[in-house]
Write a protein that binds this ligand. Structure first.
Ligand SMILES: [Fe+2]
Ligand SMILES: [Fe+2]
Length: 345
């Protein structure tokens, strides 16, 4: 490549990075070392949509504002894409909050969510459990449990296990359940021993030439965690709280090193958007459909707009991820909006 062409190529690459900063166009095709050469793309295997943090339903001990309009708007936006995604992968925090809520309020939130999905969504949805979908009364519904932790969420979503895997279009999907008891806020993020053993087995049993995508609610690896209010306020300085990212990140990444077909990890939880590549594994935290809890005036990274990811997966294990802003801007300024009032159903 001559010098003039190389400069042109560099300018184009810089423009791409600027675009990525404003709307996140992440790609598994390029790396730093390859940035000056256009890679040859293989045929796309399929497309799906990534939903993070819908927080639908309102009414909770948390002063959150629900939106019976926002989620339908996002779903319609996905379904209007000309090359429609084949399914939605939801990475959790589906309802406003069950964690500190009563069973009655939690059920009301699920009812609202399910009603919206039945009315508006024509696509299959694969679910990941988030911390706000489960109750702090941990366990899976043992005898005498008043409100058995994850059981209600699983029942509402028709899940037979809080973690599972499936195959689609030549890719293998692994969905993790990373909200665990403990920690100073009532939960912490890691895989318990049984789930980690299951993950090891599932990876082992997957053909090494099959690319793997891993979904978790909280990121396995994240840049967003440095901007988490909990960490910023700690008296000892910057601390990554154990309710933020995977406490077992080293253990998980060591496992990934044995399975180089793990290509992409998708998550939510932070309501922020970031993309990290570490030792060949791409980690994308895909923002939130509800943005800042439907624009609630909470000190929670209001810079990030409401949106969802459009993910194109390719048969060679590469991918493209585009963050789609579905146009919620101005929602809270609309006097005609019919949202549920603060703290009430
Ligand atoms: Fe969330
Ligand atoms: Fe969360």
């Amino acid at each position: 490549m001559n010098k003039e062409k190389l400069n042109l190529h560099r300018r184009k690459f810089t423009q791409k990075l600027i675009a990525a900063g404003s709307g996140l166009l992440a790609s598994g095709f390029t790396s730093c070392a390859q940035a000056t050469e256009e890679p040859v793309k293989t045929k796309r295997a399929f497309r799906f949509a990534h939903f993070g943090d819908t927080h639908v339903g309102g009414g909770s001990t948390m002063p959150l504002c629900a939106s019976p309009e926002g989620l339908p708007k996002a779903i319609k936006h996905v379904q209007a894409i000309k090359d429609t995604p084949e399914f939605i992968l939801h990475t959790g925090d589906i309802i406003t909050d069950a964690f500190w809520a009563t069973e009655e309020i939690s059920k009301s939130q699920w009812e609202i969510y399910r009603g919206i999905m039945q009315e508006h969504c024509n696509l299959p949805v694969h679910y990941t459990l988030g911390n706000h979908d489960v109750n702090f009364d941990w366990g899976y519904g043992g005898e005498g449990a008043l409100f058995p932790g994850k059981a209600l969420a699983m029942e509402q979503l028709g899940m037979i296990s809080p973690y599972y895997s499936f195959d689609h279009g030549g890719w293998h999907f692994i969905v993790l359940d990373d909200t665990q008891p403990g920690g100073w806020v009532g939960f912490q993020i890691y895989l318990d021993d049984a789930q980690f053993a299951w993950l090891e087995k599932d990876l082992q049993e997957t053909d090494p030439i099959t690319p793997i995508l891993i979904a978790s609610h909280a990121p396995i690896l994240s840049a967003a965690c440095f901007f988490e209010p909990l960490g910023k306020k700690h008296p000892d300085g910057l601390v990554i709280d154990n309710s933020c990212v995977h406490q077992d990140i080293v253990k998980i990444h060591d496992l990934f090193r044995k399975h180089r077909n793990v290509k992409l990890c998708l998550s939510g939880h932070y309501h922020q958007i970031d993309h990290i590549q570490y030792l060949g594994v791409h980690h994308i935290c895909g923002g939130a459909v509800c943005a800042n809890y439907w624009k609630a005036p909470l000190p929670y990274r209001p810079e990030f707009e409401a949106g969802y990811g459009v993910v194109d997966l390719f048969s060679d294990g590469s991918f493209e991820y585009r963050f789609n802003d579905y146009g919620l801007v101005g929602y809270m300024d609309n006097p005609d909006r019919k949202h549920y009032p603060w703290g009430k159903i």
